[in-house]
Design a protein around this ligand. Structure first.
Ligand SMILES: Cc1ncc(COP(=O)(O)O)c(C=O)c1O
Length: 380
């Protein structure tokens, strides 16, 4: 099989699966228990927190373990909006966020908050001057995705952080689920207050993630019933998931030295795609993550393309995994100003460090067979 859907999820590293199994079967105590088995489990959680914090260059107490990106985004956005509501109820985000951010803001709108959704240009990027113009005295939070999950577009996070130095009362949240281990981001230098990450996007297990919360930032908890995670996330910790996530983060961060390989795979794919009649590339050509390519085949249904490739054991996506079952045009491609036909026919290919040139070539070969067949069916 050829797996080109790494933005939906990655295959866990073998070492990660082994660590998970070992911790789950040997260190199964509850970290809150006072006996030695509990203390051993707590020790593993503490050590994993320090390891993750060291890799990110932050303090251990600033790492809150979550169940993944969706939960991290919800805690960061709703938790800070509610914590700061006496100061103001205006929030800023973009039109190209993941559903877990977009829908958290939609919920807050229903609860009486006002949200500005920044537009993006043809490359899917916001304009920092437009962000500055949108800031009001009652704005409390700015939330911006780092790497877009559909197109790979990188937002100017460092520039935004620089701008926000002028507004010290404003909190800055970044969804870095697609960027971490692939596109560098210095949390401190970018003046980020909250940053969400998810283990299964960097070869960890599903159902694990972490949220960076800068020391001193007040966040209301969404879950109650326990003192865990600095009272921010009640519930018994997923010890095996946490330990294996720290391992996955270390291995994936070390693999970053292979970035050039991803860049050359991406170039190879784009050159070959553009040689196929009718295919248009939707991802931008600069300031883009090395592992995501989005393109449209106008005149075909992307679900049918995905299914035809599946029959050949080649796996790609339409839109993001969370919205791929909806047949509406992509919200992200539409915000970039693409036509309805193009925004409705996007296909996303996403690599990992394990993807090879041969796999890209075979994907292209299969696509070249499928497209004329699909066009024939549609035109007949
Ligand atoms: C940019 C982005 N944010 C958040 C999420 C949600 O992460 P999780 O699947 O861990 O809940 C995803 C998952 O696709 C994503 O791509």
């Amino acid at each position: 099989m050829i797996y080109l859907d790494n933005s939906a999820t990655t295959k866990p590293y073998q070492e990660v699966v082994e660590t998970y199994a070992k911790v789950a079967s040997t260190y199964f105590g509850n970290p809150s228990s006072l006996h030695s088995l509990g203390m051993q489990a707590e020790g593993l959680v503490t050590e994993s927190r320090s390891r993750i914090a060291n890799i990110l260059g932050v303090k251990a107490k600033e790492i809150i373990f979550t169940s993944g990106g969706t939960e991290g985004n919800n805690i960061a956005i709703k938790g800070t909006a509610w914590a700061k509501k006496s100061r103001g109820k205006h929030l800023i985000t973009t039109q190209v966020e993941h559903a877990s951010v977009a829908e958290a803001f939609a919920q807050l709108e229903q609860d009486g908050f006002e949200v500005t959704y920044l537009p993006v240009d043809h490359a899917g990027r916001i304009n920092v001057m437009q962000l500055e113009a949108a800031i009001r005295p009652d704005t409390t939070l700015v939330s911006i995705i780092h790497v877009n999950n559909e197109t790979g577009t990188i937002q100017p996070i460092h520039e935004v952080g620089k701008l926000l130095e002028k507004f010290p009362h404003l909190l800055f949240h970044v969804d870095d689920v697609q960027g971490i281990t692939k596109v560098p981001l210095n949390i401190r230098e970018a003046r980020i207050d909250l940053c969400s990450c998810s283990a299964h996007k960097f070869h960890g297990m599903k159902g694990n993630g972490f949220l960076f919360v800068r020391e001193g930032v007040r966040v209301n908890s969404l879950l109650h019933g326990g003192e865990q995670e600095n009272q921010l996330r009640a519930g018994t910790e997923n010890v095996a998931g946490i330990v294996s996530m720290a391992k996955a983060l270390r291995i994936a961060s070390e693999q970053k030295s292979h970035d050039k390989k991803l860049v050359s795979l991406r170039e190879r794919l784009i050159t070959q795609l553009t040689s196929i009649e009718g295919i248009v590339i939707n991802s931008p050509s600069y300031d883009v993550a090395p592992h995501i390519v989005n393109f449209s085949i106008p005149g075909t249904k992307p679900e049918v393309v995905v299914q035809s490739l599946t029959a050949k054991e080649v796996y790609v996506s339409t839109k993001s995994a969370c919205s791929s079952k909806l047949s509406a045009p992509s919200r992200v491609l539409s915000a970039m100003g693409l036509s309805e036909e193009r925004a409705s026919s996007g296909i996303r290919v996403s690599f990992s460090y394990e993807t090879t040139q041969q796999e890209i070539d075979r994907f292209i070969a299969e696509l070249k067979v499928i497209i004329p067949e699909l066009r024939e069916v549609i035109n007949s």
